[in-house]
Design a protein around this ligand. Sequence first.
Ligand code: KG4
Ligand code: ZN
Length: 393
Amino acid sequence: MKILSIETSCDETAVSLIEATGDFPSAEYKVLGNALFSQIDIHREYGGVFPAVAKREHAKTLVPMLQKALKEAEELKSNQVKTFTVPDTLEVMLDREPELFEQLSVFVKENDKPDIDQIAVTAGPGLEPTLWVGVNFAKALALIWNVPVVPVNHMEGHVLSSVFDGTNLAELQFPALALLISGGHTELIKMNEWSRYEKIGATRDDAVGEAFDKVARLLGLQYPGGPEISRRASEARASNLPMFAKLPRPMLDSNDLDFSFSGLKTAVRYAVQDKELSEDEVKAISRDFEDAVTEVLLKKTERAVSEYNIQSLILGGGVSANKHLRDSFTDFFKREYPELSLYLPDPKLSTDNSIMIALAGHARSQDAVTPADEAFSLIRASGNRSLSDEGVS
Ligand code: KG4
Ligand code: ZN
């Protein structure tokens, strides 16, 4: 089965075409085409993602990304004979995105229908205005080409991309645990089987990625903060810089699996306020912050691993690109839990992408809805869609 996948939940506009041979989860996957445009340079000026700006950029970039992915897959076949008409409903569907409507109208008139069986699209969680652009785009394509759409959960995509080696999904041993850490999420998710998720811990305030981004801002570093802090932290370790601030480890010893990061961010604020920081001081506090975050994540994850007799541990989400975190988890669990299988995403697949959305689409193929189905009009974007609510396919 060939899946066209679309991701617009935050600041990456991504489209892929993937071929799955066999059934989920033992299928063999082939990435036929993959196109991603990161809006980071645009948002950097504002110091963070502005939903209205992100939405406009997605609307502008989706058709070019679709073209790029299809071209890479050699699925872009120009057709002089006009076979596809633009249904009247399309203009209504895309009435808030006139530029997308224009581009799409030209595209479908000039190109043949690609050989695809299904369109997978991120329906949440994420920024609701940007999710809607992707969802409406997916529905418009489905309507024009008469193919089913499957709405997927972005976080399920992160879980699956972490156990994806480029061809296959790992043979997970259950119970498995996923530590999902991104700009919007910090959660511990238990899986007793594929496609079924139970949230057993979460942040009570800021997500880890959000804390990285906010602390970076306090230190005068660019958005997104994670990579900026990570680079300086490793320089501080390499030159053994002295500790700049003793930072708290919020909820380290609390008798649960929850997290809190806003106090840590506030502690950094107090430590740096009214100070002219030298470059070395910025490096030192980056390391102190990264150490505090890593210690809390590691300890809470270990607690869950031992409490639930976890066999496979999965790290997912943008923050799992962090080298210090990856090394610390690898060292610790190899040493203390040698029987446990640890899965870290390929750094290229840690942050948002559409390959992970195709994998989630394949996992949820049974939920695909054709334009003729009544349920088609009910496919919606939802900013706070939760993994625990996903049904079992
Ligand atoms: O998963 P993702 O791409 O988007 C969301 O779904 O939120 O995660 C983005 C987050 C940002 O907060 C970014 O600062 C963080 O991941 N991030 C990192 C690193 N690379 C990205 N945080 C720490 N270290 C990194 N190397
Ligand atoms: Zn994400």
